[in-house]
Design a protein. Structure first.
Length: 122
């Protein structure tokens, strides 16, 4: 397996694991939902299913490009939750606020990484 395929597999497994975690620890995800969004529990479940399906889609050549585009869309869609997490942690004086703040620019890096797999033959 070449390095490119290895990184794609690691990305896929990370999204699958993150999606499963939505069902193992749903309260963690509900806690960072922006208050203006409705149906927090449903949105956490939908995003968890999406992460599992998109991660699995990265593993299959036929669905890889569509899954990568789906991950880009998902990362943009969940960005408000990352902002909300940073706001919550800042307001509460959370000792690990730096982690929430680091997640914000990290989202751009994750989008870039997913975009690598939107090209043909990747």
């Amino acid at each position: 397996m070449n390095r490119y395929a290895l990184l794609r597999t690691l990305m896929a497994l990370a999204y699958i694991a993150a999606g499963i975690n939505h069902f193992v620890h749903p309260g963690t995800y509900r806690a960072i939902m922006p208050p203006w969004l409705p149906a927090h529990a449903a949105l956490v479940a939908v995003s968890g299913v999406a992460e599992i399906l998109l991660g699995a889609g990265l593993l299959l050549p036929r669905t890889r490009r569509a899954a990568a585009w789906g991950i880009v869309v998902l990362l943009v869609a969940v960005f408000p939750a990352n902002i909300q997490m940073a706001l919550n942690w800042w307001r509460s004086g959370h000792p690990h606020l730096w982690i929430a703040l680091l997640r914000l620019p990290l989202q751009g890096l994750l989008i870039w990484w997913a975009l690598l797999y939107t090209r043909r033959n990747n």
